[in-house]
Design a binder for this molecule. Sequence first.
Ligand code: T46
Length: 130
Amino acid sequence: MTKLINFKIIEGEEGSLVALESLKNVPFDIKRVYYIFNNKKNIKRGHHAHIKLKQLAVCVSGSCKFLLDYGKNKEIVELNNPGEGLFIDHMIWREMFDFSSDCVLMVLADSFYDEKDYIRNYEEFLKGVK
Ligand code: T46
């Protein structure tokens, strides 16, 4: 399951601010934050699913697209707004592409980095999702 979450944007005279808080507007306890930027032209990233990990992706600058593959069906979601986040549950194959040159994709995760949680083989993902 994936879900787009709209955040409250606090608009001030100086500019705008969004606050992300565990178990409030982020639907899990945040254990890790990483961000992806400086992507080369026309590259694709991702190509994996997670066994347990839940994440929330926010494009804090620029834009990019996610291909989300649920095993039976797929969809493409564009992120281009720092006021919204894409929640991605476990066992969803994802590919990220069409990064704008100014794209900074921030991801919040409910666990520390663990390569053993990755499924990087698509056939294995399809077996696991059934
Ligand atoms: C995901 C999508 C949205 C670390 O050392 N620590 C970390 O926390 C992460 C996320 C990665 N790494 C290392 C592992 C690789 O050697 O950084 C390198 C690049 O990682 P990866 O190829 O997995 O990056 P993406 O962009 O394909 O995927 C990342 C996340 O790994 C993944 O969980 O859902 O962003």
